[in-house]
Ligand binder design. Structure first.
Ligand SMILES: *Cc1c(COP(=O)(O)O)cnc(C)c1O
Length: 397
């Protein structure tokens, strides 16, 4: 017996709780954790059929696993696309989505303001394999246009970007990319599937670090690649994942399934508190600037309203006193933890220039807006009054 009900027309919150549930013969209420590396065949002939692809079944957990499959299906239904492949981390999703598509002699155009490791993949690793990478200021459409004036195989962008919270016009840039035959890959980690739908805006592939808001409780690493390009998902991407092995563990997939169940409620609270904290920071003395796409002072406030449902969970501020003052404020926090993660139930703070973006040269950091005085806050789920009090006592000294 197996009781599986899934309806593609369910609204997002219902997909988050029920989408993709695949019950075993025991009809368990909660999704089961299938901690198994392999599967048993009824006969040698069945194994032969499975390997020939004549019979669809589980073969080996490097390729597929029931718990991992439930996570992929829930993500797919939430994003409203044709295919989802999961990975062990967000970086595996980024790397595989690009490496499975590009080959020596191809050209990649990427926005410069990227998560530190994404920058390394685009600017260091892919060129090592003969891919030419061109970095542009993602907010500048003229730079995209110039970079996309010759045939290009893929573009990669992150919006809002980490840590500067720059926004990139997904619809316009996707249109430019498609004119020269480039596939558009968007890192949607900061927005989550609930705040922004890159594929609806024209992107071809969307990638997530599920480690961030999707788990959202600091427990598990994971990643996902979603697309309507079934040929890519079932072809090059699947082959790349199968044979290189960045698989999501069944236990982590289960943890992420539980995370998805509460994602909408958590995002609502995260965003509400982030708005309030951003406005509050603006009232404190001694800060050079407060960056949050939901503030009218953000240079892309209008774009935020156009392409995002809400402005996200991360805020940055820049101190007048550079790195020294940034460290002093961070060390003075009593509640907010110093940690490079984000999208967590706990409020976290990072100094990007000395940690996540340390690998970049000073010049690259300047170009990406990662100044020495920049402090990033991932606003958590604590009472917002306690977060504000902690910020006030640390900043006012
Ligand atoms: C964290 C993050 C990643 C990498 O995800 P991991 O799960 O840590 O590997 C990629 N892109 C962005 C924007 C991120 O914030």
């Amino acid at each position: 017996m197996s009781v599986n009900k899934s309806n593609p027309n369910w609204r997002p919150q219902t997909q988050l709780v029920r989408g993709g549930t695949n019950r075993s013969e025991f009809a368990e209420t909660n999704e089961a954790i299938f901690m198994t590396s392999g599967y048993v065949y009824e006969s040698a002939e069945q194994a032969q059929r499975a390997f020939k692809g004549e019979e669809e079944r589980f073969i080996y957990s490097r390729f597929s696993n029931p718990t991992v499959g439930m996570f992929e299906e829930r993500m797919r239904l939430l994003e409203g696309v044709e295919a989802c492949r999961s990975t062990a981390t967000g970086m595996a999703a980024v790397w595989c989505s690009l490496a499975a598509r590009l080959k020596a002699g191809d050209r990649l155009v990427a926005s410069r303001a990227l998560f530190g490791s994404c920058h390394v993949v685009c600017a260091e690793f892919l060129p090592k394999f003969g891919v030419e990478t061109i970095l542009v200021d993602g907010t500048n459409l003229d730079e995209w246009e110039e970079a996309l004036s010759v045939p290009t195989q893929a573009i990669f962008l992150e919006t809002p970007s980490n840590p500067q919270l720059d926004l990139i016009d997904i619809a316009t840039v996707s249109e430019m990319a498609h004119k020269v035959g480039a596939s558009v890959v968007v890192d949607n980690v900061f927005a989550t599937p609930l705040l922004q739908s890159p594929i609806e805006l024209g992107a071809d592939v969307v990638v997530y670090s599920a480690t961030k808001h999707i788990d959202g409780q600091g427990r598990a690493m994971g990643g996902a690649i979603l697309t309507n390009d079934v040929e890519f998902a079932d072809g090059d991407l699947l082959q790349f994942l199968r044979h290189t092995g960045p698989s999501l563990s069944p236990f982590n997939a289960w943890t992420l399934l539980k995370g998805l169940e509460t994602l909408e409620m958590r995002m609502e609270r995260h965003c509400k508190s982030a708005h309030e904290v951003a406005k509050f920071l603006n009232t404190l003395p001694g800060l050079k600037r407060v960056i949050y796409p939901g503030l009218e002072s953000h240079p892309q406030y209008d774009l935020c309203r156009k392409q995002m449902k809400d402005a996200g969970t991360v805020i940055c501020f820049e101190t007048e006193g550079g790195i020294e003052e940034a460290f002093k404020i961070m060390d003075a926090f009593n509640l907010i933890d110093i940690s490079n993660n984000l999208g967590d139930a706990k409020s976290l703070t990072t100094h990007p220039a000395s940690t996540t973006h340390k690998r970049l040269t000073q010049e690259e950091r300047d170009a990406a807006g990662v100044t020495d005085g920049l402090v990033r806050i991932s606003v958590g789920l604590e009472d917002v009054e306690d977060i504000k009090e902690d910020l006030a006592q640390a900043i006012e000294g």
